[in-house]
Design a protein around this ligand. Structure first.
Ligand code: ANZ
Ligand code: ZN
Length: 734
């Protein structure tokens, strides 16, 4: 057998060592070559890396190696998204420090990635839980604080009992925690917010120009930002010197408004109830109602509940009295926290009116038809012809809306208005394993930012985390107690830590100069490498991380650190790795451990399988046969190359068609066709799987040609040239 046998272990380890010794993937800025920045979403080191990581990183690796072979100066880095709950929970369970658990995992992950042969420049490794990184989170925070972009407010937050922490709106899915699916409740806390809403419109408008991003991601982002154009209208409250503002997209239906509905925590409620004998009773009922409100507007199916406040307002258009109610489906966080209820034309209002016998008043007819309130089974929500609406009757909805908005302006009771669903980003977490918020509270001076010279505010080295009831940091005296940087008197530190999405909002900037100690980023290095040419990761990040990173970029631009608007030119969202029809997951028990596959078949077989079995954007179904097939293919390549090694060594130069037989010319043509196809498939279309099948076809052709046993010198050159092509074309993948 000898060299006929494909000893993957020896081959892979040999080359991996060589790459390391020759520093093959270490790059620096070089203006003589075009740059290319390939970025993959950095892993969260909770235990071992899995097949999803293999898929993500081998795709990135193909692109990085391919671009390098095409003459680009390629930046291909990796790091660790190392703060977060699993580390903290593991630390509580095993009575260790989360740093140890995390760094053990990153060390193992690194060994896995090296064994997979991914071409990273390891000098640029970033680990977000280390002070050299998170001090810059604190620095950014303070810059934002100076500019009013980081601010604190008391607010109702989504609280998960299992995680014992606040969840961002983005982390609440259908009223449940995204991590453990437990029911989320509302709780009032002092929280830090980042003013992402300042950028809402820019974040939205830019999505219409981001042609290198998948449309589905852009649509999800647009929906999340949720720009809504409508009218703000004020209803005077009967017997009080106050007005209640509502936001409506359908001011054309205002003559049909038969009630005003307030969110349970609407700030005007106590004012409205002033002097009412039932004030306390109503306020406490509002309080229990608000426990049911979840900051998730998908609650279409919830039972519409509420109660009457005993107070009335006046419809400014019709002059009619409308009753004021509190309702569980009105969100304080959206619009003005109050709505005019139009049962005939809004389904939620229709259901509410049915439950409480509120009048239904039809003010829109479908074109050419009439509607009768008594006969309606559901609201008529479409545009139509405005009726029963005083001087506006007879107009179409589309004409009535601007006219009625103008009427509001003329009578100083309202105006056209735009609202966004996007909320400011709540970043406070009552957890240990995150970036401490660099604020000190002093009785005399109030909230005082930690001076730059005192950064970083380090996480304490504790033996065990006490997470009983709120922030663990509040239970650590050495951390909590400090002195005021302004007056020197005893003071206390903020005990919350930052959401880990802060870490992942800018790590990819740090890669361009990962060790710089004087600033978060090196502007020259960033200017050379940015924007990211291709970012590869999971679609599950479409609205969280991928909006935050865009916001962070704009914020950095406004701090004067960079001079562009968007960080990523092309986004690629890969499909999942599935088995038995479901995404591999520990809870489903259908995971295949990449380490096992690598020791049985080698890293190249695993890579080929992962790259070959499905188009990169589609889900990939695990198949033992598929894996076997890829292993056979690599053996086949190895055998044919080995067979001709001696023969090829003796010849030099390219072969030209006239020197060859018909069969030879056919093979030569196939070689060139394959080179072209692989180049286009990887470089232009990112269809790695079809590039691989083209290479497989070429190998078949070589076997066919070989069987003819042509033994001219020209045919030796042809064989050599063909095999070289196979090896080179395959080398980004294996
Ligand atoms: C009256 C009306 C009549 C409405 C009608 C719709 C149809 P989008 O498009 O999502 O922006 N709304 C406003 N603020 C709300 C809040 N805080 N909580 C719950 N619902 C709220 O939706 C805007 C519409 O959602 C507004 O227009 C309002 O209902 C409701 F025939 O006003 B509409
Ligand atoms: Zn002070």
């Amino acid at each position: 057998m000898g060299k006929q046998e494909y000893d993957f272990e020896a081959i892979e380890v040999k080359w991996q060592r060589l790459w390391e010794e020759s520093r093959a993937f270490e790059v620096r800025e070089d203006t003589d070559r075009p740059k290319y920045y390939v970025l993959e979403m950095l892993p969260y080191p909770s235990g071992k890396l899995h097949m999803g990581h293999v898929r993500n990183y081998s795709m990135g690796d193909v692109l990085a190696r391919f671009k390098t072979m095409n003459g680009f100066n390629v930046l291909h880095p990796i790091g660790w998204d190392a703060f977060g709950l699993p580390a903290e929970n593991a630390a509580i369970k095993h009575q260790t420090h989360p740093e140890k658990w995390t760094l053990d995992n990153t060390a193992h992950g690194k060994s896995q990635i090296r064994r997979w042969g991914i071409s990273y420049d390891w000098r640029r490794e970033v680990t977000t839980c280390l002070p050299e990184y998170y001090r810059w989170n604190q620095w950014f925070f303070l810059k934002m604080y100076e500019r009013g972009l980081a601010y604190k407010k008391r607010s109702l937050v989504n609280w998960c009992h299992l995680c014992q922490t606040v969840l961002a709106n983005e982390q609440v899915e259908g009223g449940r925690c995204w991590r453990d699916q437990s029911l989320v409740v509302q709780k009032e806390l002092e929280q830090w917010f980042l003013k992402i809403t300042d950028y809402a419109d820019e974040l939205l408008q830019e999505t219409y120009r981001m042609s290198g991003w998948p449309e589905k991601v852009l649509v999800m982002q647009r929906n999340w930002i949720g720009k809504s154009e409508g009218t703000m209208v004020e209803f005077p409250v009967a017997g009080r010197e106050v007005r209640l503002a509502v936001f409506t997209t359908r001011v054309d239906t205002i003559y049909g408004a038969t009630a005003l509905l307030l969110a349970p925590q609407h700030p005007m409620l106590p004012v409205l109830l002033e002097g009412s004998p039932r004030k306390d009773e109503i306020l406490s009922a509002a309080d229990s109602l608000r426990q049911q409100v979840v900051a998730d507007r998908s609650l279409q199916e919830t039972e519409k509940q509420g109660f009457f406040t005993g107070v009335f307002a006046t419809n400014p258009f019709s002059g009619e009295n409308v009753s004021i109610w509190i309702a569980n489906f009105v969100l304080m966080e959206y619009g003005t926290g109050a709505v005019m209820s139009v049962p005939a034309h809004d389904q939620r209002d229709f259901e509410f009116a049915q439950n409480y016998r509120l009048p239904v008043k039809v003010v829109i007819f479908p074109e050419g038809k009439e509607l009768k309130a008594e006969e309606m089974q559901q609201a008529y929500e479409e545009f139509g012809v405005v009726v029963n609406s005083g001087p506006f009757s007879g107009l179409k909805s589309q004409e009535a809306i601007p006219k009625m908005s103008r009427w509001c302006e003329e009578n100083a009771i309202g105006k056209s208005a735009t609202t966004y669903r996007l909320k400011d980003w709540g970043i406070s977490r009552q957890r240990f394993w995150g970036t401490p918020i660099p604020i000190i509270y002093c009785e005399g001076c109030g909230a005082v930012p930690v001076p730059d010279a005192d950064l970083p505010v380090l996480l304490p080295k504790v033996a065990a985390i006490n997470s009983a009831g709120g922030s663990p940091l509040a239970n650590i005296k050495e951390f909590l107690e400090t002195t005021c940087p302004r007056c020197g008197k005893p003071a206390r530190r903020d005990t919350d830590t930052m959401d880990t999405f802060v870490d992942s909002s800018w790590y990819f900037y740090r890669y361009t100069d990962a060790r710089i100690a004087t600033a978060p980023i090196n502007p020259q290095a960033v200017a050379y490498w940015f924007p990211v040419d291709r970012y590869i990761g999971g679609i599950e990040h479409a609205i969280l991380h991928l909006i935050y990173m865009r916001f962070w970029t704009k914020m950095m631009r406004d701090l004067g650190l960079i001079d562009f608007d968007e960080p990523v030119t092309n986004l690629f969202t890969q499909g999942m790795v599935c088995k038995d029809g479901a995404a591999m997951s520990k809870s489903k028990g259908n995971v295949v451990d990449p380490d096992e596959i690598v020791s049985r078949y080698g890293a190249d077989t695993l890579r080929l399988f992962i790259l070959f079995m499905a188009p990169p954007e589609k889900d990939l179904e695990w198949s033992d046969q598929g894996l076997e097939g890829c292993s056979k293919f690599l053996n086949r390549v190895y055998r044919v190359v080995s067979r001709h090694q001696e023969r090829a060594r003796g010849v030099a130069g390219v072969v030209s068609p006239p020197e060859l037989t018909e069969a030879g010319r056919k093979l030569l043509r196939k070689v060139h066709q394959t080179i072209r196809k692989v180049t286009v498939d990887i470089g232009d279309r990112f269809h790695i799987n079809t590039a691989l099948s083209a290479i497989m076809e070429l190998v078949n052709e070589i076997y066919l040609y070989e069987a003819l046993e042509e033994s001219s010198e020209a045919s030796s050159r042809l064989i050599k040239q063909s095999l070289e092509a196979v090896v080179l074309l395959l080398s980004p993948m294996a």
